[in-house]
Structures are given as C-alpha cells and as structure tokens.
Design a protein around this ligand. Structure first.
Ligand code: ADP
Ligand code: MG
Length: 503
C-alpha cells in the first residue's frame, strides 16, 4: 500500500502530446438513496438521524423466519427515474441476493436486482461547454437495499456499527462507457442530480452520501479498437471530487502505460486530502458474489396502466423547462439556466409571472432580474432555499409591475425589497409609507411643467435659440416642485414636446 502511495505523486506531469495520444473511457455507477418513508423491504423508518440502531426491525436485522416485502414507493420512484431517463421498463422483474460478509450487513447478503433490472437501455443528454449536447447511454437502473454504517473513529479501540441505514431504499444507475472526459463525467452527474431532485425521489446530496458515484476509468491509444483495462474509483464525496479523482486516475494510468507497465483491474480509493487515488483491493467479479434469485420476494409486475399513470404525473424536467422559459417568456438562455437550477426556483418564477397583472416580456425579464440578483443574494447570504424565503411570488410580481409601469424608480425597488424582507406589507403600502410613489398623472405633471416654463421665459427663449442643454434645468425645476415624485420620463417627454413643439 505505501508503495502505491509514494509512487503516485499528486503532481503527475505528462506532456500534452502524450496525454492527447490517449482516449479516455468512463462509465459511472451512481447510487441514489430514495426518499421513501420506510425501508426498501420492511416497515422500519428510513431516517438516519435518530440514535444509532433505533430504526431497525427484525427484517432489517435478518432474523430467521422474517420475510421482506417490497416497498411500493421504491418501485414507483424507480419507474419515474427510468421514464425520465428514457429507459424501457420491464413489466416483470425479479430480485437477487448478492452475497458478501460485512459487519454492517447483518443478513450476509444484499437484496438487489441482477439479470433483469426494472429499467434498462435509456439515455440522457448532457450539455457541453460549447453548447452542443451529447447523449450518454444508461445501461440499467436497478433497485437494492443499502448497508448499515461502520464507524471506525469514535473510540480508539473498537469499530461500531449503526444499522439505521441498513435496508434503506437505493437505486443504482449504471451508465454505458460513453463518457470521454472528467468534465463530461461531472456534467453527467449534475444532470442525474437535477433529474432525481426534480422528480423529488432523492435529495441529490453527495456530501451526506445520498448520491454516491463510482467511476470506472480506462484509457486506450487513440484509434485502438478495444477498450483498455478499467479501474473503479470510489470514495468521492463531492461533484468536483469526482472530476478531480478521474483526472488523477487518467494521468496515473497513462503514466503507468508510458513507463512500460499495464493497468490492473482493481478498485481505487480517492483520497481528497492527498488528491490521489490508491489501490484498495482487486476487483471482485460477479461470480464472487454468488448471485442467486431471492426466494422470499415475488417478482415486481408493472402494468401498462401503472406506466401510463406514472408518466402522466412526471414533472417537466429542467432542460425542457429551460427551453420553454426562453420561448414562452423571451428571457435569455442564461437566465433560464439559473432559474431552472432547482424545481422550487423555477416554480417560484412561474408563480410570480402568473401574478403579473400585465403579461409582457419586460416584466418577465424584470422578475428574472430581481430573482437572479436580490433574491438569490438573500438566499445565499442566509443559506436557505427559496421554500423558506420570506417574500412570496405575488409581492415580487407586484413590485416588478410597479417598476415596469413607472410608478417607482429602480432605486425604490431596492429599498422596498429590503423592507419586504422583514415586513409582510405589500410593495404598494411600503412605497406609500415611504412616499416613494412616482406621480405619472400626466395632467398634474403638465400643470407643473407649464408653471415652470411660464416662470422662466428667459430660459425658454435661450433654449429655443439653441441652448438645448437647459433641458436639465427645466427637469430639475419640475422635479423640485413635485418634491421628486414626478416620473422623470414623463417630465422629460412633456418638456421636450412643449419646448421643441413651440407651444
Ligand atoms: P463489471 O463487470 O466490472 O462491474 P460492467 O460491465 O458491469 O463491469 O460495467 C460497470 C461500469 O463500468 C459501467 O458503467 C460501464 O459503462 C463501465 N465500463 C465498462 N467497461 C469499461 C472500460 N473499459 N472503461 C471504462 N468504463 C467501463
Ligand atoms: Mg457490474
């Protein structure tokens, strides 16, 4: 082990000519912890927060004579995921036992699916930096149960086992070896996160292990027909961590081959502190697990009606919604990307639009601007999601409407927004209290403009003789008389009409 560590310096340097002569091949295996209330095959609560070993039951603990039952929620969620990733759904699929010994696996086997996973042969599109899209095949998505957790760092002499997570619902999403770079792997993974969170089947959180990724990585000389030998990299706990681990592993493999060695099929562990991968164990083969059919569970049968019913309840996902936002509301693609980052944000935006009394593109863009600046800033400062934001979409729409109809200035928008954060009052009430409301009543402004012009006939003459810069003076005088409340745009228009029109 220590040999591997010293061999793998964190800074592998290879010339671009060398690295470019290789093609990278990556396939990802992603585990997603599902948000089912109870566990995959028992009634025990699927909540890992309480005191260790409290959310277990005889089924989870593998007591003799207990029988598992399939959680309907698990089946429904995986079918949703399969449909959202363009998979075919098996009408009939079975469970298998994957046998291995581990202290946090009381039964000595994991219930999984092997030969006939419920979802297979799908794909998702990822969007590359240059704007083009690339299709990544999904080999299979299957159901399984999680293991418990071994805790090695709580006492100096013992390892502890917490079985709260044992038996929790998991799905495993296996990609085709279609990914060709660490960036593509990162994009694929963020896309998977987007889908599971939009479907509301998984928190998508990598940091706490709700989403876990194993990366299968190999390299081959460009033009070679056969794939190179792959290694499987584990233990990354962030999206960027996956990207970095793959980058490192690619260089390690190329260096190894360049120096006359060959890649061994093995499992590598990513060490985020040392920023390197190191060999953990030689890769198990399927036969090591002695998969065999799970005799205690009936097959899962999904009917045509089930599929139709679930399809009808699928939400519009991020890429489709992003496209629609640009087409329906005329907002830039960039805005649409930010506003579809999460389903909650996208729904907030649409709700605000629904509250606008006047539907026009400047107002849609106004809501988008306000959300991307003031709202997002507030959310990130307070580290909260939009679901906990104190201003509802209706008041945001009212605020944007007031600005778009020239009732208040952009400066006022900021002040009213700040006030709304801590007050339930409407933007109209706040602006009245603060004396913000701009006067756009033309006849009132016209009276004032007429008075200003009548009292300054000298200046009017000079203006008409060519000193047009005096417009600023007239605007200033008018604004002074209205104590700053006249809408400056209307004041300007009226003044120019009267001065230039010779009235
Ligand atoms: P194993 O039998 O070792 O588990 P699988 O064929 O089941 O291998 O594939 C596991 C994952 O590895 C899949 O995501 C697949 O796309 C990927 N994969 C398969 N072969 C390669 C390869 N040569 N290089 C990179 N990834 C690969
Ligand atoms: Mg496999």
């Amino acid at each position: 082990m220590s040999d591997t560590l010293t061999e793998n310096s964190t800074s592998i340097s290879l010339s671009p000519e060398v690295t470019n002569s290789y093609e990278v091949v990556i396939g990802l295996e992603v585990h997603a912890q599902l948000l089912t209330q109870s566990k995959a095959f028992s009634r025990a609560a699927s909540d890992f927060g309480p005191a260790p070993n409290t959310n277990t039951d005889p089924v989870v603990l593998g007591h003799p004579g207990t029988l598992p039952t399939v959680n309907r929620g698990l089946v429904e969620m995986i079918v949703k995921m399969g449909l959202a990733t363009n998979c075919s759904i098996r009408r009939f699929s079975t469970f298998s036992r994957k046998n291995y010994f581990y202290p946090d696996l009381p039964k000595g086997y994991q219930i999984s699916q092997y030969e006939d996973p419920i979802c297979h042969d799908g794909w998702i599109d990822i969007e590359l930096a240059d704007g083009s899209t690339k299709r990544i095949g999904i080999t299979r998505i299957h159901m399984e149960e999680d293991s418990g957790k071994s805790i090695h760092d709580l006492t100096p002499t013992d390892s502890l086992v917490d079985l709260n997570r044992a038996g929790a619902s998991l799905i495993e999403i296996v990609s085709e070896p279609d990914i060709r770079s660490s960036e593509e792997a990162y994009l694929y993974l963020t896309q998977i996160k987007s889908i599971v969170t939009w479907l509301d089947i998984c928190s998508g959180n990598m940091e706490d292990g709700a989403l876990r990724c194993d990366a299968n990585v190999s390299v081959r000389k460009r033009g070679a027909e056969k794939f190179g030998t792959k290694t499987e990299v584990k233990n990354m706990n962030s999206f960027r961590g996956v990207e970095k681990a793959i980058e490192y592993e690619i260089l390690r493999q190329i260096e190894l081959i360049e120096s006359g060695g060959s890649v061994v099929q093995e499992t590598m562990l990513w060490d985020a502190n040392l920023r390197q991968t190191r060999a953990m164990r030689s890769k198990e083969m399927a036969h090591d697990y002695r998969y065999f059919p799970e005799p205690d569970l009936p097959p899962v049968i999904v009917s045509e009606t089930d599929i139709e019913e679930i399809t009808s309840r699928l939400p519009e996902l991020a890429p489709a919604r992003r496209r629609r936002f640009t087409e329906e509301f005329g907002i830039p693609l960039y805005d649409a990307g930010v506003l579809t980052d999460s389903r909650e944000v996208a729904e907030y935006f649409e709700e605000a639009i629904a509250h606008l009394p006047t539907k026009s593109e400047d107002r849609f863009k106004g809501i988008s601007n306000l959300m991307m600046s003031e709202v997002m800033r507030e959310l990130s400062e307070r580290k909260i999601g939009i679901d906990r934001f104190t201003i509802d979409p209706k008041r945001i729409a009212e605020l944007v409407e007031m600005f778009a109809s020239d009732t208040i200035s952009s400066r006022n928008v900021k002040d009213i927004f700040a006030e709304m954060l801590t007050s339930p009052k409407s933007p109209k009430e706040i602006s009245e209290e603060k004396g913000f409301v701009q006067v756009s009543d033309e006849s009132f402004i016209e009276e004032t403009v007429d008075a200003v012009l009548a009292e300054n006939s000298d200046a009017v003459e000079k203006y008409r003789d060519g000193k047009t810069s005096l417009i600023g003076f007239f605007v200033g005088e008018t604004m002074k008389r209205t104590r700053g409340k006249a809408n400056p745009k209307i004041v300007n228009e009226l003044l120019r009409k009267k001065l230039d029109g010779g009235a």
